[in-house]
Design a protein around this ligand. Structure first.
Ligand code: DX5
Ligand code: ZN
Length: 221
């Protein structure tokens, strides 16, 4: 199968929150493909970040698709608010509740692309029964809740397994990786079959966002 272009989704969690508009403009100018927005509820994960009001404020400022990672349980009551606030992709966790299928249906019904997120301890097979409903599979390569954690190499085998499942399905599904992705770990993920990367620290903690994004794609800066 021909290699698809690698997409980069900077995670706003590592940006300067006092200058969010400037940060979004900077990653867009630096060549970002999507903007990754990490929503944390202080219940499903032990941290609190931001909600739809922040998406709504940023929406007019950028043409980048909003890749919205909901770390919320239960999530269903909040899906419409994120769609209305400007989400293009809504990603829910497989571990967030017993009704993954219903939540994915609801996301599609809101006109958004639907994504399923797998925590490090959740097997690839969890995605099999809903492969016909997802546009994105997101592998957590850290435990969700915080930026700046160390990449879990144990997730590479899962990425490879999901790549085989996606190829066998014949569907157009992005295989995204989130957590500890940098210029050293991204090539390992690409070799395993990933085609899309979330990166917070590896972009926003550097002085040159364009160089950081290029190096995540495996290109010279
Ligand atoms: C963690 C979030 C990530 C986080 C990644 O729960 O889902 O998107 O911002 O941060 P880095 O790239 O610093 O590991
Ligand atoms: Zn995320």
């Amino acid at each position: 199968m021909p290699q698809r272009p690698t997409l980069i989704a900077p995670s706003l969690l590592a940006a300067n929150f006092a200058r969010l508009a400037d940060e979004v403009a900077a990653v867009q100018a630096a060549g970002a493909d999507w903007l990754h927005l990490d929503v944390m509820d202080g219940h499903f994960v032990p941290n609190i970040s931001f909600g739809p009001v922040v998406l709504r404020a940023l929406r007019p400022l950028t043409r980048l698709p909003f890749d919205v990672h909901l770390m919320i349980a239960p999530v269903d009551a909040y899906l419409a608010a994120f769609a209305e606030a400007g989400a293009d992709h809504i990603l829910i966790h497989a571990e967030a509740g017993p009704h993954t299928h219903r939540s994915l249906q609801a996301i599609a019904g809101l006109g958004c692309k639907a994504g399923l997120v797998l925590n490090p301890a959740t097997p690839a097979l969890h995605a099999a029964p809903v492969l016909d409903m997802v546009d994105i599979l997101l592998v957590m390569s850290v435990n969700p809740g915080f930026g700046g954690q160390k990449f879990l190499h144990s997730q590479l085998a899962k990425i490879a397994e999901l790549r085989r499942m996606i190829d066998a399905s014949g569907r157009d599904i992005r295989l995204e990786v989130d957590g500890g992705v940098d210029a050293h770990t991204a090539p390992l993920c690409i070799a395993a079959g990933a085609d899309t990367f979330v990166a917070g620290t590896a972009i926003f903690a550097t002085p040159d966002y364009a160089a950081a994004i290029a190096s995540l794609r495996g290109l010279p800066a």
